[in-house]
Design a protein around this ligand. Structure first.
Ligand code: FAD
Length: 291
């Protein structure tokens, strides 16, 4: 059933401070509206209980991609198209660009924002695994000031997050590294395009003198939240790559993901594909060690 549109309100405050004042008015009466690509689907299907929205799309403080020596800062309103067009992101954070290129179609890529993807908090969203593997940090702002948290501690349960009703996600920070890393991102869905993932794997790693010296792995669609797989990482770091390492890491991954049966896929398929992707990632790492 479609929603009754006149019962909804959308206001456009002229500045960030006005927006933060509105968000602080009553606990959760007003919610941010960015690209609207998630919110409009809920509206159209009559599943949007929240009635009052603050348009944040015109706030310059939430826009732009800034590059400094040690990090890249993306405004929360950065679109998937902007991610793909940025030279530094393409060179240093290719998994985020790949996730952006595999998100929806062109219209969604032009309109949908990274901030909206994060706060919508779908376990099947495509950019979170890349952001987790790159160890992103989030900057939140409210009338009280600003705070920063590691993205890996942001999602606390299904659709639950460390964000207050009066807070806006302002920016996403990605730490830069001089090290040469292997980047491995795979979204597995029913089709190549316009499909929600059945499992989504993002891994970065580095080998030195035959051992894995650095590794970060994250998965989507295999738990109530996008997860950083720290046990799997621990099974790999400082190890040389052989069948025993692969077996130990696979056992660790199987123990820390909790895929389910749903209308898109089955628990067994998700588990099997996730383990295959882990093996493929490890074999890519091994190849960089040889070359
Ligand atoms: C046809 C279609 C295909 C899609 N395909 C994919 C896909 O392949 N992969 C994928 O991951 N997603 C996909 N999506 C989902 C959606 O496009 C993304 O999640 C998008 O990034 C949401 O961003 P938005 O700006 O449109 O969010 P909105 O719809 O504006 O907001 C989403 C939620 O985030 C909150 N919010 C937004 N910005 C902020 C902020 N700065 N601070 C605090 N809260 C905020 C809003 O209050 C709302 O709760 C698809 C959607 C459609 C309609």
């Amino acid at each position: 059933m479609r929603a009754y549109v006149p019962s909804y309100k959308l206001i456009s405050p002229g500045s960030l401070s006005e927006t933060l004042n509105v968000l602080a008015l009553d606990d959760g009466t007003w919610k941010p509206f960015a690209g609207g690509t998630d919110l409009m689907v809920l509206l159209e299907s009559g599943q949007l209980p929240q009635k009052n929205y603050v348009n944040i799309r015109n706030l310059p403080e939430l826009r732009g991609i800034e590059v400094s020596d040690d990090q890249v800062t993306l405004g929360a309103l950065t679109t998937y198209t902007e991610v793909q067009n940025d030279k530094v992101l393409r060179e240093e954070f290719p998994m985020l660009c790949q996730a952006a290129s595999e998100t929806g179609g062109l219209a969604i890529q032009n309109r949908g924002t990274l901030g909206g993807n994060i706060v919508n908090a779908s376990p099947a969203a495509d950019s979170p695994p890349a952001l987790l593997a790159y160890d992103a940090e989030l900057e939140l702002v409210s009338k009280q000031g600003q705070r920063r948290i590691r993205y890996s501690s942001f999602h606390t349960g299904y659709k639950q997050m460390d964000i207050q009703p009066d807070e806006l996600l302002r920016a996403i920070r990605l730490p830069r590294t001089k090290a040469s890393l292997t980047h491995y991102y795979r979204k597995v869905g029913t089709r190549k395009a316009q499909a929600i993932s059945k499992t989504c794997f993002a891994g970065v790693g580095r080998m030195s003198a035959g051992r894995i010296t650095e590794v970060r792995i994250a998965l989507g669609s295999v738990a109530p939240i996008p997860i950083r797989c720290t046990r799997t990482e621990a099974a790999l770091v400082n190890k040389s790559i052989d069948s025993e390492t692969v077996a130990t890491a696979s056992a660790a991954l199987a123990s820390e993901i909790s895929p389910i049966d749903d209308l898109r896929s089955t628990r067994n398929y998700r588990l099997k594909v996730s383990l295959n992707l882990l093996e493929d990632f490890i074999s890519r790492l091994a190849q960089t060690s040889i070359s």
